[in-house]
Write a protein that binds this ligand. Sequence first.
Ligand code: PLP
Length: 454
Amino acid sequence: MSRTLLPVSELPASWYNIAADLPHPPGPPLGPDGNPVSPAALGAVFPMNLIEQEVSQERWIPIPEEVLEILLRYRPTPLHRAKALEAHLKTPARIYFKNESVSPAGSHKVNTAVAQAYYNKMAGMKRVTSETGAGQWGSSIAFACAQFGLECKIYMVRVSFDQKPFRKLMMRTWGAECVASPSEETAAGRAILEQDRSSPGSLGIAISEAVEAAVTDPTGSTRYTLGSVLNHVLLHQTIIGLETQKQLALAGEKKVDTVIGCVGGGSNFAGLAFPFLRDKIAGADMEVLAVEPASCPTLTRGPYAYDHGDVARMTPLLPMHSLGHTFMPPGIHAGGLRYHGMAPLVSRTVVDGLVTPIAIQQLECFAAALAFSRTEGIIPAPESSHAIAQAIRSAVQAREEGKERVIVFNLSGHGLMDLNGYGAYLDGQLADHSLPEEDLRAGLKCLEGHPTPV
Ligand SMILES: Cc1ncc(COP(=O)(O)O)c(C=O)c1O
């Protein structure tokens, strides 16, 4: 059988918190004075119930009934054996992919959006703000807010706002308001527009706008939500890997050799990989690969440093790999991977050698996406195509070495709203792009004077 479905009764009842098992957990967020930020100080930005999850050291955190009920509309998601792709590659490897594209918004982002909307509602909030890159996160939080009767305002990175008109229509259909970032609505947005009226925007700028909009609401009933990077976001995504482990056992697999995810802020990768890393920390032999675009090479070329999550430095300093908070990634079609930083928990697993980062060029990723679409039938999100490209590399290596290997990757979303990118590729308009060394060095200047993580 090429698809393994998990019975509804097997839906995981708890999220897995890797902070309980990491040999060296990342250091705390730091304020401008270099001292750790207290949970109370974050209270203007996030509700306290999510801040408690952010700092929790508990290994298992129960998923509330109300969250499970909504997740059950599309979970457990299927685990597919990519037999047609295997045949195309003539590989002895068995390739599996977890299909997160079946959620209402079409990606894994719904998993945490539902949880974050629920916790905001429980904390008495009326409204949430957020940013979105490719629009996957914005549409997911819009969907989730509709389920809990919350108002929702999204700042969408300008380049994606123009490239992906249907994503903003999805947000509006679910009742959210969506504006292009940088916008005239916030001090952070106006400051950028003053320097460059045609700024393409970045996730770092949109985060500044969304945080500012939340903390300046005079009623105090607005909080900010984030689709990646933070510990609690990664936590909510671990349902992906927990389901996958059960499905692989049902499919008869005893051992996994290679686990692969694409990385933007790190959440879909962590969602699949962290439950497997628990086994690796306990001694299991496997490689865990995090794949990023060569044009935004945070893990492969950025230093491990304390840096801000946004351009306007509204967020605390986080210990992570970073290209510098002022870094302006090129307008590649994998909009969700255009982020200067990385989740501190993912960065830590790289520093500790548990995870290997890999950068791949966009033409190889689109070629992989076409091979996948024409064999397996699902058109992947450009972000997910990075994981597919690596899965193909690993499967070809298995063929060359004549080895049976079990490869699992996360299909983090579908690309049905990203067809402009496919059109550009098919018309031969896309080129590879590596970040030039001098741009890398220039971007890192803003890290000078920041503390160094231990
Ligand atoms: C489909 C898809 N995959 C991956 C990502 C990258 O984000 P993360 O690294 O948090 O999973 C995004 C971000 O928007 C996305 O939409």
